[in-house]
Design a protein around this ligand. Structure first.
Ligand SMILES: Cc1cc2nc3c(=O)[nH]c(=O)nc-3n(C[C@H](O)[C@H](O)[C@H](O)COP(=O)(O)OP(=O)(O)OC[C@H]3O[C@@H](n4cnc5c(N)ncnc54)[C@H](O)[C@@H]3O)c2cc1C
Length: 477
């Protein structure tokens, strides 16, 4: 069946306005927040699980691929269709189905925006802990598929730690209900298994998540340093000193100046680096935690430790961090946000290495990242219209990620593998390990109808990334 015939069939089931096939409409779904680009053949907007099943069955019959898509804020090309298939967008499945506050659970449709869930339960004293910096836009379905983290991952863990159940539409159209509201369920932990599979094994149509209680008190501090080295050493000193902040974020001097010019968060323009440090707990515990953090920062040469005096000041400090990428977006035609992990103790050496790589290639590499997790996000400005710069950016990324792996880290901390890093997987996994993953995929998604050509290595090399070169502007997240 050709795509036009599928479109006709699906319009009858999903509604006329739930299927897009005009080129000017399809263009909007050619990219996510990463650098790759490819035009889908069809875009559909299901409103129910039954709609999702209908699309899967139609696609399977016609051997057309389906790529699930939340808000398209993913940074690894996961939600673009590389073979002109169907992109299934969840913006109309955005209802909170159940709030079970007594049991600290919520059941949501995949298109619920991350921050909207917290906003819904904040008045009752609860929130949803996974908080990607994109939380104003990204969806819970996307968080589950990418196993997203965020500034508070250090204390609360990534998305998988907050999902207890889900409903998934499988590649043959069957609907599987995995887990539930209980913290653990019998048998294989299929809920945990499906988290982070980036839409390659099933389409998530409902998620049961844990809700967390808002702490009685919270304090956010800005530690200001003259050098990146001092700030990086402080990250290690804080955790070695027995302090686990709920968030420990770092911005280097170049990044904080860029952010400050755009958001006026109060970051000092003449500093070499800042750490954003948050502690939580009972009200009485806060002064003691603040004092311990301040003492360690000062021992590591912090020239000042500012403590937000009220919620407005606290939000302002966070606004700088959360809008960092948007601020960087003002500087260049495009930029590449890398995502790698190193053991926390190797952060100082890694930042020096990143600086050396930048000097070697004659580009500046900024750093804004989840320091407490060792999860780095080197940012490289470039011009997407210049193929040589695109090549160079990929070489730089490859070198940095190779370094991360050699130190016992990873090629991705939270953005997923997607299309962008699939051919780096052999850096981390042996052929036997990759074969296990391939077998699992073949067992669960045998027709490869769901998000094909993602996560596992292909023989296509960087060719798929080439499609991005034609993209004129706005590749920055
Ligand atoms: C400015 C900015 C800051 C960011 N900060 C962070 C951060 O701090 N931490 C972090 O982890 N990430 C971060 N990201 C990356 C991104 O926001 C996350 O990966 C997010 O979870 C993606 O959600 P989304 O709804 O946009 O998903 P999309 O980008 O639409 O999709 C992501 C992946 O999930 C799959 N998918 C989406 N919905 C479903 C579904 N219902 N069923 C099955 N598969 C599905 C897609 O196929 C794709 O593979 C950031 C991105 C930007 C642009």
């Amino acid at each position: 069946m050709r795509l036009s015939a599928i479109a006709r069939q699906l319009r009858k089931t999903l509604g006329r306005d739930a299927v897009l096939d005009r080129p000017e409409d399809l263009m909007l779904y050619e990219y996510d927040a990463g650098v790759a680009k490819a035009t889908p053949g069809l875009v559909v907007f299901p409103q129910t699980t039954e709609h999702v099943v209908a699309v899967v069955k139609a696609a399977r019959e016609a051997q057309v691929s389906i790529v699930p898509r939340g808000a398209g804020t993913g940074l690894s090309g996961g939600s673009i269709s590389r073979d002109c298939g169907i992109v299934m967008v969840f913006s109309r499945m955005n209802r909170i189905l159940e709030l079970d506050l007594m049991n600290l659970r919520a059941v949501v449709q995949p298109g619920v925006v991350n921050l909207d869930l917290s906003a819904a339960v904040n008045p009752e004293g609860f929130y949803f802990a996974p908080d990607p910096s994109s939380q104003r836009a990204c969806t819970i379905g996307g968080n589950v598929a990418a196993n997203s983290g965020g500034p508070h991952t250090l204390a609360y863990g990534v998305t998988v730690n907050h999902v207890t159940g889900m409903e998934v539409v499988l590649a043959d159209g069957h609907v599987a209900r995995l887990g539930g509201k209980a913290a653990d369920s019998a048998g294989y932990d299929l809920t945990g298994f499906f988290v982070g599979t980036e839409g390659t094994l099933g389409i998530v149509t409902a998620v049961t998540v844990k809700l967390s209680r808002i702490s009685e008190a919270v304090s956010t501090m800005l530690a200001i340093f003259n050098t990146v080295d001092d700030a990086a050493n402080t990250v290690v000193a804080l955790t070695a000193g027995g302090i686990t902040p709920t968030a420990l974020e770092m911005l280097d001097g170049w990044t904080l100046r860029t952010v400050e010019e755009a958001t006026h968060a109060g970051y000092p323009m003449d500093s070499g680096a800042v750490l954003l440090i948050e502690v939580e707990g009972l009200r009485e515990s806060i002064p003691e935690q603040q004092a311990a953090v301040t003492e360690i920062c000062r021992r590591q040469n912090a020239r000042e430790v500012r403590i937000a005096r009220n919620e407005t000041e606290r939000q302002l400090l966070w606004a700088g961090r959360k809008n960092a990428f948007a601020a960087i977006g003002r500087l260049a035609n495009s930029y590449y946000t890398q995502d790698g992990v190193v053991p926390r103790t190797r952060i100082p050496a890694t930042l020096r290495y990143i600086d050396e790589v930048g000097k070697k290639y004659g580009v500046h590499i900024g750093n804004v990242f989840h320091a407490g997790d060792g999860n780095l996000h080197p940012v490289i400005l470039y011009d997407l219209r210049d193929p040589e710069q695109v090549e160079q950016v990929h070489r730089i990324s490859q070198e940095i990620l190779q370094w991360c792996v050699e130190l016992g880290g990873s090629i991705t901390g939270e953005h997923g593998v997607g299309l962008e890093k699939q051919n780096m997987m052999p850096m981390m996994f042996s052929p036997d390990e990759l074969e296990v993953m391939e077998r699992l995929r073949r067992a669960i998604n045998p027709s490869a109808v769901l998000n094909p050509g993602k996560i596992l290595p292909t023989t296509l090399g960087c060719g798929e990334i080439n499609v991005a070169r034609a993209r004129p502007r706005g590749a920055h997240p």
